[in-house]
Design a protein around this ligand. Structure first.
Ligand SMILES: *Cc1c(COP(=O)(O)O)cnc(C)c1O
Length: 388
């Protein structure tokens, strides 16, 4: 079976380096909030081209904490795309705000910037564009709309580590960027992980506090406005004077040292892996039958090809056919967010987001990951083409 994604091959390629760094962490006895996390945050911020990076436990938490750090909460509305993974909307719900869905475009399947304006109300506080399938939305236009209406842009970059828009990395385009290090993402760890990136000191400081129970230990800016009364013991214990002084209700959401150490090894390969993804995508583009709609390369972008998604009228038949030929495939995603049962109460009707609904019915991801061999690529191409 040719898998859709495969993280084992990546591990095998880097086994020695990963094993060594993990053993070093195990021997160090520092498993939380240690030097690996600090170094990774610095290196990731530098890679993205932003001032601050705040690591958290997963990509969903990154979105939740980013929303809270930006002051989004009960009574607010947040505009996002109807075509995404549930976490993009779930995070909005988790902070007490309401997701307002906008249809996606027919080319690229990113949020349709032309449909955003009509969804803005007095309650709208933020926009979450999803850099979908690894490709950025129209960020210039989204920035223009956000500035005009004083909205905050929180990027969902979970599928777009290393992707670019007009020479800038995904994550540096909005006010805050949120990444997931789920193992199959372009940059993955060996478990769960996530990170928030921003140039805004206030957001970064608030996010740092929120990820550790709203503690003053990391929330330096919170301390400026609120009084704290250290009790003196820190002199003996080495504890931060504000560790147990809590200013807001937060979370326990941390990246651990082992994951950070693994991510530091992998970050160095991200560009090279993404170049492989692009090379394979280009081969697919040239060699796949024109009976399938291939992904559109939108202008001014470098696509991350988190997944390579084709659109086929007889999607489900194609899926079975490929399975019969030993080729895995996937559907991202079978139900658009506005039609998820969990969002029934919002009252969206079938047919209200025609593009997202069409993607849900006809899109199919075929195997693509950096280590996919040329023979495997050829098998995939032959199988897809022989369906017609
Ligand atoms: C994976 C993903 C997330 C959530 O990341 P987790 O680390 O699994 O919590 C959020 N949004 C999108 C678009 C994703 O693909």
């Amino acid at each position: 079976m040719i898998p859709l994604m495969n993280v084992q091959r990546q591990y095998v390629d880097l086994k020695k380096e990963i094993d060594d760094t993990v053993i070093q962490v195990l021997e160090s006895g520092q498993y939380i909030n240690g030097p690996q996390v600090q170094a990774f945050e610095r290196e990731f911020a530098e890679y993205i081209g932003v001032r601050y990076a705040v690591s958290v436990a997963n990509g969903t938490d990154a979105l939740v904490i980013a929303l809270r750090a930006a002051g989004v909460g009960a009574g607010d509305e947040v505009i996002t795309s109807a075509m995404s993974f549930i976490a993009s909307a779930e995070a909005i719900t988790a902070v007490g705000a309401v997701p307002v869905f906008v249809d996606c475009t027919s080319d690229g399947y990113v949020i349709d910037e032309k449909l955003i304006d009509e969804k803005i109300t007095k309650r709208t506080k933020a926009i979450i564009p999803i850099q979908f399938y690894g490709q950025c939305a129209d960020m210039d236009e989204i920035r223009r709309i956000a500035d005009q209406h004083h909205l905050i842009i929180i990027e969902d970059d979970a599928q777009a580590a290393g992707a670019e828009y007009k020479g800038k990395k995904a994550g540096s385009l909005g006010d805050i960027g949120c990444f997931s290090f789920f193992p199959t993402k372009n940059l993955g760890c060996c478990g769960d992980g996530g990170i928030i990136v921003t140039d805004n000191e206030q957001f970064a400081s608030f996010a740092r506090a929120l990820r550790s129970h709203g503690s003053g230990e990391e929330g330096k800016l919170l301390l400026r406005s609120l009084s704290s009364e250290p009790i003196g013991l820190e002199i003996q214990t080495g504890e931060h004077p504000s560790k147990y002084f809590n200013y807001v209700f937060g979370y326990n959401s941390r990246l651990d040292e082992i994951q950070a150490a693994i991510l530091r090894v992998r970050l160095k390969r991200l560009d090279q892996w993404n170049a492989r993804r692009i090379a394979i995508a280009n081969r697919y583009h040239d060699l796949l039958s024109d009976n399938v709609v291939k992904p559109t390369q939108l202008p001014g972008r470098i696509h991350g090809y988190y997944v390579y998604v084709i659109v086929v009228e007889q999607r489900d038949e194609m899926r079975k056919y490929l399975y019969g030929k030993g080729i895995a495939s996937g559907v991202y995603y079978p139900v658009p967010l506005h039609l998820q049962v969990a969002y029934q109460h919002l009252g969206y009707e079938k047919g209200s987001m025609p593009q997202a609904e069409s993607v849900a019915r006809h899109s199919l991801a075929i195997p693509l990951f950096p280590e996919l061999t040329e023979d495997e690529q050829n098998e995939v191409i032959d199988a897809v083409n022989s369906f017609f």
